[in-house]
Design a protein around this ligand. Sequence first.
Ligand code: 5GP
Length: 240
Amino acid sequence: MLRSLKNLVWKNMGTKKQGLFIILSSPSGAGKTTLSKKLLKNNKNIELSISYTTRKKRPLEKNNKDYNFVSEEEFEKLKKKKYFIEWAKVFNNYYGTSLIKVKKINNKGKDVLFDIDWQGSRKIKKKLGKNVVSIFILPPSKKELIKRLKKRAQDPDHIVKQRLSFYKMELSHWKDYKYVLINKNLSDTVKKIKTIIEAERYENFVPVKNLTKQKIKIIYEAKRIAIQKKNLIFKKIRSL
Ligand code: 5GP
């Protein structure tokens, strides 16, 4: 099944409208879920890969919209059936990405948005490789992250504490990503992500001869954002 997804991506090169595989990862509380919602709003070209999880539903979450909430037994069955393109244990719960759903979105020529952790990102990159765009979101400070986790107020105290205990480990994976953004201001971060996506579409799908000055400008803007990762982020990361 995986091979057929890869074949499909290659086969469509130059013939059908193609889509990117966009990965958003971050330590819990950096604002990734809010960012994905903003990104999906009024953007018919991107669809979220709704994951399966054994985690308990939060009060404001909706089944089949935020996640497909399943029992451990159901998750295990799906795993055995090779239903997931990737799955991982995160904070003592299981999370998995449906291969069929990814394929469906990709078949429509749309971008697939993955809100997944560093383990999932590694597997998606390995399995899909080409057309994968990986973005890591950092909070402006640890203080701000704690504030956001508490403000969300949908998790009990012991869960917030548990998530904070994973913070440094999760943070340490930022280097695996092509783009690293500090989410200080929500609309600025959304704007940067949109620029990255636009640039990656041009770079991946537009023949060089069709790249206009405007398109090249956007590609450079995204490259500038990627370079920031090396300079700015190195210093920043020590303070987080
Ligand atoms: P939360 O419980 O806060 O919704 O998510 C916890 C973590 O699991 C987040 O980092 C989220 O991105 C990640 N996650 C959500 N779905 C998946 C998935 O299908 N696969 C993997 N590997 N991680 C996921």
